[in-house]
Design a protein around this ligand. Structure first.
Ligand code: NAP
Ligand code: HSE
Length: 432
């Protein structure tokens, strides 16, 4: 049996998952790949931390040079996260002709180009299946299985932590902070969970998916982003009454050659397949001009699902590229040069919830403001409380309009004496 030595940079949630899969499925991996995959070194920050896995003596190190300078290590698996030193370690490893596997979406979305180019220059493979949607093989699907399609639209629930939080809030009346703590304990959340709850993690993942789906470079800062921290049980109740649910959706559309890219909480019909994606599950819904509608579904976070994608990337290198002189190019985002649409021009329907004074003429004032910006109303709900006679909750649902018009109307609305506060704005997607 041929043997290939690899090194893990990191032995946290994902690293442990990779370690356990390589042990548990050793025989399957050997039979399917023709190689025994041996973890020769593991890099960590704190050598004394309990790891929850049995690692033989002499393997764990805090010195990256032990990995870099060992020419018998052919594959470096980066599961440590963050920008530096992950970037530096991967670039140096490529210079030493080591093949790379990474799960690091933040680094890929912000510095991916430099890494893809370096991998091409050095003739090494660079695999990153685990960077988007955990265990779902979505990168492979877009890069290989769907190459015969023009992808027109892509919708993803790509963050396990926020989907877990929204699911517990919707189905079990869970409190935001308690559920976030649970997601951290389950190993779903990033080291800094702000990245999850404020939508950065999904923004990175959408930039990676869109760059592959549309074959173009994506400046991640141009991907519109909102997190879930403003969503309350009140919004969830209204959504339910409309036959909808709220999901943090990553949306990418090719609108006549311009790309619409946005991440935000979205009301979607409860009958759509994405509405039934709960817990830490992720899903990516794609519309291709040949294949039609496709949905990929699976665990989007956690040690073993993510480890499954990392191990698949290791095996794909072992099968196709170890000691091969002419590897396949890893650069796949420079086929076209597509422009990203200014979010002001994005069209959607909107749910707007405000608290207004309960007195004659208020509804008229509010609708006049929307009229001034040509925002047409689909429905208006006013709910008063017997105990509080001076204020009422006002919920408006618009017809299709642009983000710019709604923003301007809300700006003017917030200046009216009758409007106490604008509580929330949630976009509605009906997938028409
Ligand atoms: P984690 O639990 O925080 O583990 C990080 C590991 O990397 C730890 O073992 C840590 O060492 C090590 N490390 C960090 N900085 C280091 C440094 N400067 N030098 C040496 N070692 C260092 O993180 P994780 O959840 O496994 O995530 C790892 C990566 O996978 C991230 O890029 C994340 O975005 C991505 N990812 C995570 C998931 C998930 O479900 N968790 C899913 C998909 C992708 P110590 O243990 O000694 O501190
Ligand atoms: N923190 C991420 C999530 C991990 O919750 O989806 C998977 O990328």
């Amino acid at each position: 049996m041929k043997k290939v030595k690899i090194a893990l940079l990191g032995l946290g949630n994902v690293g442990r998952g990779v370690w356990n899969i390589l042990k548990e499925n050793e025989e399957e991996i050997m039979k399917r790949s023709g190689f025994k995959v041996e973890v020769a070194k593991v890099l960590v920050r704190d050598i004394n931390k309990p790891r929850g896995v049995e690692v033989p003596d002499g393997i764990v190190t805090t010195d990256f040079n032990e990995i870099l300078n060992d020419d018998s290590i052919k594959i470096v698996v980066e599961v440590m996260g963050g920008i530096e030193p992950a970037r530096e370690y991967m670039l140096k490893s490529m210079s030493r002709k080591k093949q790379i596997v990474t799960a690091n979406k933040m680094l890929l979305a912000t510095n991916g180009d430099e890494l893809y180019k370096k991998a091409d220059e050095e003739g090494v493979m660079f695999n990153y299946e685990a960077s988007v949607a955990g265990g779902i093989p979505i990168i492979q699907a877009i890069n290989e299985s769907l190459t015969g399609n023009k992808i027109k639209e892509l919708y993803g629930i790509v963050n396990g932590t926020t989907n877990f939080i929204l699911s517990k809030m919707e189905l079990e009346n869970g409190k935001f902070d308690d559920v976030l703590k649970l997601a951290q304990e389950m190993g779903y959340a990033e080291a800094d969970p702000t990245s999850d709850i404020e939508g950065y993690d999904a923004q990175y993942k959408l930039a990676i998916l869109a760059s592959l789906a549309f074959g173009t470079k994506i400046d991640v800062s141009k991907v519109y982003r909102e997190g879930i921290t403003k969503i309350t049980d009140v919004d969830m109740e209204y959504a339910k009454s409309f036959g909808m649910v709220i999901k943090l959706l990553a949306i990418a559309k090719d609108v006549d050659g311009q790309l619409e890219l946005r991440v935000h909480p979205t009301m979607i019909p409860e009958t759509h397949p994405l509405a039934n994606v709960y817990d830490s599950f992720n899903a990516v819904f794609i519309k291709g001009n040949a294949v039609g509608d496709l949905m990929f579904y699976g665990r989007g976070a956690g040690d073993l699902p993510t480890g499954s994608a990392v191990v698949a990337d290791i095996i794909s290198i072992v099968r196709t590229n170890i000691d091969v002189d002419n590897p396949i190019s890893v650069v796949k985002n420079n086929l076209w040069n597509k422009e990203i649409m200014d979010v002001a021009n994005v069209e959607s329907k909107y749910y707007i919830r405000a608290t207004v004074q309960d007195r004659p003429g208020v509804l008229g004032e509010v609708s006049a403001v929307f009229g001034n910006y040509e925002v047409s109303m689909h429905s208006v709900i006013q709910k008063g409380e017997i105990k509080n006679k001076s204020k009422v909750a006002l919920v408006l649902v618009t017809h299709m309009t642009t983000e710019e018009k709604v923003r301007k109307a809300l700006d003017e609305l917030s200046k009216l004496n009758a409007v106490e506060s604008i509580e929330n704005l949630i976009r509605i997607e009906e997938f028409e």
